[in-house]
Design a binder for this molecule. Sequence first.
Ligand code: NAD
Length: 297
Amino acid sequence: MAVIGFIGLGNMGFPMACRLKEAGHEVRCFDVSAGSMERAHDAGLHPRASVDEAVAGAEVVITMLPSGRHVLDVLAARALPFAPGALVIDCSTIDVASCATFHESLQAKGLATLDAPVSGGVGGAAAGTLTIMAGGTEAAFARALELLRAMGKNIIHAGAAGAGQAAKICNNMLAGISMLAVSEALYLAKRLGLDARKFFEIASTSSGQCWALTSYAPEPGLVPSAPANRGYEGGFASELMLKDLRLAEQAAVASHSPALLGAAAASVYAMHCAAGRGRLDFSSIIQMLGAAQPAHP
Ligand code: NAD
């Protein structure tokens, strides 16, 4: 059993912390939101009055926060009473530069670090089936493995420090682009008089086949489990996809990598969110295409 300091008990952090508790660990936690602290208390976690109190004496500290700024504000902006040699795991999705600062500033204090962003959404966090992609040394990964296994099903050591974040933003850029591509193809197919189901049958066994089509189709009536069949509720919010596409764009600029389609997808998702659909699952991007059509083409 490990003593874990867990910071950030939001949509993802709370169920992840609960999985750690269910695996027998003592989870001392903190969140700035009073409601989250109350929910943590009710779930048998151990709320602490501050980050300092959650971190003190913990062998492992885990953060699940909105952005790089939050992670650095919480962990690196001031001295915290970390246990000597503690392992700090950041599971948030953050920008590449903040991730590098996270590793450097904490390692300079003699701490072990791992970036370990996750994929699988709130449902995956609650079920303990997340995919977790980790960046850091072999030693840090080995220390973290049992805890990561309590929170996820597919645990992958992506490489050195930062590799987990790199994998996360590249994967989500790919998912954002392919969802937009599938939406365009479905929309065009319908405009050309094709039945959506017929097109689905053909493309899902042809060269257009991809996850966004066959597992998560944006058009209702094609894939029963897809959010399109429940009004695009649940799933992965468009505003989170936009966040990740922007992180990918920043990383592409900084590393002189062409990512034209990623940038285009970010623009379309930005319009979608500005139209008030940011909370809907990212497959609702197909609605942008409908909105863009003239009334009498
Ligand atoms: P969230 O906004 O629900 O939770 C973030 C929590 O951090 C909130 O409870 C907030 O009160 C807390 N917080 C903010 N500043 C704090 C501080 N200074 N000290 C302590 N607590 C603080 O977000 P989420 O959906 O749980 O996402 C967390 C991270 O996981 C994000 O980086 C997100 O991109 C990533 N992620 C989310 C999903 C998803 O489906 N929601 C999936 C994969 C990855």
